[in-house]
Design a protein around this ligand. Structure first.
Ligand SMILES: CC(C)(COP(=O)(O)OP(=O)(O)OC[C@H]1O[C@@H](n2cnc3c(N)ncnc32)[C@H](O)[C@@H]1OP(=O)(O)O)[C@@H](O)C(=O)NCCC(=O)NCCS
Length: 167
């Protein structure tokens, strides 16, 4: 186990990003996504060009955070991103998630973004704790926002003002 290093993701990271994402999808606590993703899917994310950072431990990717557009059809929202963060199961609880989001915020600020938003299942205590610790505000709760594997799920809406909006 080495020191964590953060960097902008590259195509060579696509397989590891998919593997870590699929662990989070399987856990059923992180996302409404239910289909496993491939490295090729993640390579398409990289081609799309939105902020995507990884955390490495001893040269291996153990976490990633992404900031795809919040509502791409609406130009006024160009600086708002719908962020996600995923840490490999065996690397959780050691600060990699925090580092990934801090690196993502730095990358987004350098590109002129002003807000990160997300929705978190109320039972995802790790994600809520991470966001609270990073200064995200809990905006409210969407009741019965959608079904995951047949069950209604609420989601906690979170936001973090960054860059120009933070000042
Ligand atoms: C949520 C997740 C990204 C957190 O990353 P992590 O590397 O495990 O978290 P960190 O070690 O960086 O901890 C960050 C903070 O959250 C707290 N935390 C982490 N896991 C926790 C847990 N299971 N219960 C309570 N608090 C927890 C830490 O104590 C820390 O707080 P502090 O900064 O006040 O000390 C990670 O658990 C994960 O990948 N989960 C599955 C995917 C997921 O749910 N992603 C979020 C989708 S919205």
């Amino acid at each position: 186990m080495g020191e964590f290093v953060t960097k902008t993701a590259t195509t060579g990271d696509a397989e590891a990003i998919a593997r870590i994402y699929n662990e989070g999808i399987e856990d059923g606590l992180a996302t409404f996504e239910t289909e496993a993703r491939s490295g090729a899917d993640m390579a398409r994310w990289l081609e799309a060009g939105f902020p995507l950072v990884v955390v490495e431990d001893g040269g291996a990717v153990v976490a990633w955070a992404s900031a795809p557009p919040y509502r791409p059809a609406r130009a006024a929202y160009a600086g708002v991103a719908d962020f996600s963060v995923y840490v490999a199961r065996d690397a959780r609880g050691r600060g990699a998630g925090r580092l990934a989001v801090e690196a993502l915020v730095a990358e987004c600020e350098s590109r002129g973004y002003w807000k990160l938003v997300s929705r978190i299942f109320p039972e995802n205590v790790a994600s809520l704790a991470l966001c609270r610790s990073l200064g995200f505000r809990e905006v409210g709760v969407y009741r019965r926002h959608a079904k995951l594997r047949g069950e209604w799920k609420d989601t906690v809406i979170v936001e973090l003002l960054i860059g120009e909006a933070r000042a």
